[in-house]
Design a protein around this ligand. Structure first.
Ligand SMILES: Nc1ncnc2c1ncn2[C@@H]1O[C@H](COP(=O)(O)OP(=O)(O)OP(=O)(O)O)[C@@H](O)[C@H]1O
Length: 924
């Protein structure tokens, strides 16, 4: 029987079953707990896990580029700090931050994907790394640290685990969770980092120079890279600390050549003042030739970035802009997004497109590259197929060629764009290592290259068209047929993509890792090599010996300039061949942060002091004081400066007083977040592994640094907010046409506003209680705005609190919150965007429109009849206290303290809805 449209029943059934299965797929996608998409990113698989969230390999759909999606709970006290600083860095040896997506409970960072994983794992797999590779990697790491320092930022958690390797084996510094700026204050107090990498002054709980503690950690890294074990380490953490303060590391001459020893001992000078500057480090003979090259490149990059306007000037960028424009993308918005470091979807799109373009340009290129590749091929074949054929006769000319090529490339690199000095160039110089040292580090590059070709069928030249159509389809949800088909196709494609993508990336990673490790294996590191390999090694070692004999080991002098005269090599270099290989004493260490060791007001000690006090005091004489365990979790129990200030962004130990109330980070909804909510995890090292101490998270977001202040001019608030497509599909986004996962959100002007729901968790109760007590905070501080999202309880309590006055201030967590609270600076400022910025720039401290006092203080404030608005602020300097002012009904500014002294009858105060931004500024 044939139906009216001419289909047979069989065909109809087929169609039905196709629709049915598509429908079911979509349904299961909606209802699945497993996340498959975030913003423009399709999650492929989990590749790691941090303390506060998982790390995924993901695909940026518009460009089909792989990224790393690092997720973090919003109650991770370091996430704001991490994003805040990380987004400022644009450097080849620092992982690039493409985009930040804020969902209900999480922050997602789309980062440059580094398939080489951590340097820690790399070292662990090799036991030890060849000296040349050490030199190269260490030069890159030092370059990254020098760059960050030049941006007035200190990392404070430099360690092997925080250095990743990209597909070319280049080092990429990452994890800026403990970073802070040092422009305003170079002497810091907050103790943070990972014990074995901590400088003695940190261990001794002295105030410290942030730059110098990074330099120390670099010394630990270099020592560990060369020897495979840590310079100061003991099973007992207290002993480790004692060693750091009192002992010199052991320098085994078989492992550590003189120039390396010289550098390490300078880096590990107990007196911070004696540690070298980073340019001195990079010029050190041990790091040549890489050090000087990296130094030059870094300085050029810094110079150009400081002079401003480096973006969108290069040919490639201009071409890309043109093509984007032709594809109908608002290029002005793209530019703004990049220039303001918004880290939104447009930033992500631009940066990834740029990376794509660069890659294609590199691929197009140059005979020179091809010759390098063919050289690699020769080596690879020779190495893998017939080791005996790979004599130095074959190796040497080939490697010399590639080395010359890469070095000249490195040296001739223009610094027009950061990207012009892609790590690849530096990596090519690694070829030189093969001349001098029998590692085969080019092989993985070759593999990676081939892989990218093989696995990139989609990387056609018309990818911009795809991008364009991708966004068009996103932008046109009303086109029902398209929309439907795109949904169905999307689901279908998803499955195809995952069946292609996941396995494609899976084996790639696995294979890559193993080849990577194999290729990087130190000659001396594996005693079970075949005879043929041994003979190869001997031959290459002979070559090295000959060549090293011709080279005079360069002696380091403090005044030495660029030491490019020759490639450092010492006889010890290949003595690795003969040394007994021990298992490295390497353990994975977790970072910690804590404040002063001083006894707290409640007589407790912070967790580190607990650790300290176990056995040995630093002078070895004084026995530790008795320990009382710090009270955990409950907000009400947090009543000492030390404890709270541990999460101060910058060591503002005294920033928060006992009377400071909990911050809105407590006011959060959802079981997912509340589980870690009132008791955050402090990362600590116990010497063996991870030890988490549940800690209070009260001070997540005290934006108090100058760079934060200056960056308030950036639209941090414009960071993409999205929920996964699934959530979106469930209709959770009601407020905007373009919300959530439909990205990019062109011209997003009004970012995220917290959602409110109700929670019955105990944290929710805390939150409610806090709200009732008036701790609701609306801050113009960008950092607050990102994480201090939501409170179900807020709404309830604010209703109670604010209904007494006209208008309920919404918890809008951004500068525009002022507008939403009737503090409409734009009315007066005119320009919407300028208003934001100016407001932020002129903000001299943190402030909120509600003071943050302890419950009893707040109770006292209730019933104050003549309060028009209240503001709380503190200065940006460390150790400053909160102070509050209010405008009385006559518009006079009064100090809240006097108000409290008067102990007048108070009513709950709320910001006057009619109060303008200017008035608030005056108040502050
Ligand atoms: N850009 C990246 N590319 C590839 N893998 C990554 C990347 N970033 C992180 N990872 C992987 O995820 C793991 C956890 O990431 P990361 O250490 O940054 O998280 P974290 O929360 O900062 O952890 P920690 O508690 O150690 O500080 C890393 O060990 C690494 O293997």
């Amino acid at each position: 029987m044939v139906n009216p449209v001419g289909s047979s029943k069989v065909e109809q059934n087929n169609i039905k079953s196709i629709i049915g299965s598509s429908y079911n797929r979509l349904y299961s996608q909606f209802t699945s707990d497993e996340l498959t998409e975030v913003g423009n990113y399709k999650i492929l698989k989990q590749i790691g896990e941090g303390s506060f969230g998982k790390v995924y390999l993901a695909l940026h759909r518009p460009t089909h580029r792989k990224v790393c999606l690092k997720t973090s709970d919003k109650n991770d006290p370091n996430i704001v700090r991490e994003v805040f600083y990380h987004r400022q860095f644009d450097f080849p040896y620092i992982t690039k931050l493409y985009e930040v997506i804020v969902t209900e409970s999480k922050v997602w960072m789309a980062l440059e994907y580094c398939p080489g994983k951590e340097l820690y794992d790399h070292l662990l797999s090799l036991h030890r790394i060849s000296l040349l590779e050490c030199g190269e990697l260490f030069a890159q790491i030092s370059g990254a640290v020098y760059y960050a320092h030049s941006m007035h930022c200190v990392h404070r958690d430099l360690k092997l685990e925080n250095i990743l390797l990209d597909k070319n084996g280049n080092a990429k510094l990452t994890d800026f969770g403990f970073t802070r700026e040092c422009m305003t204050k170079t002497t810091l107090e907050t103790v943070c980092g990972t014990t074995v990498y901590m400088a003695p002054e940190l261990i001794g709980r002295k105030t410290y120079d942030g730059f110098k503690i990074d330099t120390w950690s670099l010394g630990v890294i270099l020592y560990t890279l060369i020897t495979g074990s840590l310079p100061f380490d003991d099973d007992d953490e207290a002993k480790t600390k004692w060693k750091i303060v009192n002992e010199e590391p052991k320098y085994d001459p078989k492992l550590i050549p003189d120039d390396a020893k010289d550098l390490i001992s300078r880096l590990l000078a107990k007196n911070p003042g004696e540690r070298p500057s980073l340019p001195q480090v990079l010029r050190h003979p041990f790091l040549q030739p890489y050090g000087s090259v990296v130094l030059d490149q870094t300085e050029k990059i810094l110079c150009r970035q400081r002079s401003g306007g480096i973006q969108f000037k290069s040919k490639l960028e201009r071409r890309l802009l043109k093509r984007l424009k032709q594809s109908g993308i608002d290029t002005q918005a793209v530019k703004q997004s990049i220039l303001k470091r918004k880290c939104d979807s447009l930033s992500g799109l631009w940066l990834l497109l740029l990376a794509q373009e660069k890659k294609q340009e590199n691929c197009k290129c140059p005979k020179r590259s091809r010759s390098v590749l063919s050289v690699k091929k020769v080596i690879e074949n020779a190495t893998h197929n017939d080791i005996n054929k790979t004599s130095d006769d074959i190796l040497k000319p080939a490697l010399e060629l590639s080395r010359a090529t890469s070095l000249s490339k490195m040296l001739n690199k223009g610094s027009d764009m950061v990207t012009s000095m892609t790590p690849i160039s530096a990596k090519k110089s690694k070829d030189s290592a093969k001349v001098l040292h029998p590692t085969f580090s080019k092989i993985p590059s070759q593999r990676a290259y081939s892989h990218s070709i093989v696995n990139s069928p989609r990387k056609s030249n018309n990818f911009l068209q795809k991008v364009s159509s991708f966004f068009k389809s996103k932008k046109n949800p009303n086109n029902s047929s398209n929309s439907n088909s795109s949904i169905y196709t999307g689901v279908g494609e998803d499955s195809v993509a995952s069946s292609k993508g996941v396995p494609a990336s899976g084996p790639f990673l696995v294979k890559k890792t193993s080849s990577f490790q194999k290729s990087r294996t130190d000659v001396g590191a594996d005693s079970s090599k075949t005879n043929s390999k041994e003979s190869l090694k001997k031959k290459v070692a002979c070559t090295i010996a000959l060549s090293s004999g011709a080279n005079v080991a360069l002696k380091y002098s403090k005044t030495s300039g660029n030491s490019m005269e020759g490639v450092k090599e010492t006889p010890e270099l290949f003595s690795n061949e003969h040394v007994r290989i021990e298992e490295p004493r390497l353990k994975r260490f977790k970072s910690s942060i804590s404040s002063e060791i001083s006894r707290t007001s409640t007589g407790n000690y912070d967790s580190e002091s607990v650790e300290n006090s176990r056995s040995i005091s630093f002078d070895g004489k004084v026995s530790p004081p008795p320990i009382r365990t710090r009270p955990l979790s409950e907000i009400s129990q947090i009543s000492n400066d030390t404890y709270i200030s541990e999460y101060s962004t910058d060591g503002n130990n005294s920033s928060f007083k006992i009377s400071d109330t909990a911050k809105p980070s407590y006011i959060r909804k959802g079981s997912e977040t509340t589980s870690q909510y009132s008791a955050s995890s402090e990362k600590m090292t116990n010497g063996y592994g991870r030890k988490f101490v549940r800690r209070d998270l009260s001070i997540i977001s005290t934006a108090s640094s100058a760079s934060e202040r200056s960056s308030r001019t950036d639209s941090f608030y414009d960071i993409t907010t999205a929920t996964p497509a699934i959530t979106t599909g469930n209709g959770s986004n009601r407020n905007s046409n373009f919300k959530e996962s439909v990205l990019p959100r062109f011209g997003t002007q009004r970012p995220w506003t917290g959602k409110r729901t109700y929670t019955t968790s105990r944290h929710g109760k805390n939150a409610r209680r806090s709200s009732k007590r008036g701790i609701f905070k609306i801050s113009s501080s960008n950092t607050d705005s990102i994480i201090q999202e939501v409170s179900s309880s807020e709404e309830e309590d604010h209703n109670i609190l604010y209904n007494k006055r006209a208008g309920l201030p919404k918890p809008v967590l951004q500068t525009k919150g002022l507008t939403e609270n009737g503090l409409d600076e734009h009315d007066e400022e005119g320009d919407d965007e300028a208003g934001d910025d100016e407001y932020a720039v002129h903000t001299d401290g943190e402030f909120s429109i509600k003071p943050q006092f302890s419950d009893d203080v707040i109770d006292k404030q209730r019933g104050l009849a003549n309060v028009k608005a209240v503001a709380t602020k503190r200065s940006l300097s460390e150790g400053s206290n909160w102070s509050s002012s209010y405008l009385d009904s006559d518009g006079n500014r009064q100090r809240v303290s006097s108000m409290l002294e008067d102990d007048r009858d108070s009513t709950a105060y709320a910001p006057d809805k009619n109060m303008s931004g200017k008035e608030l500024k005056r108040l502050l």
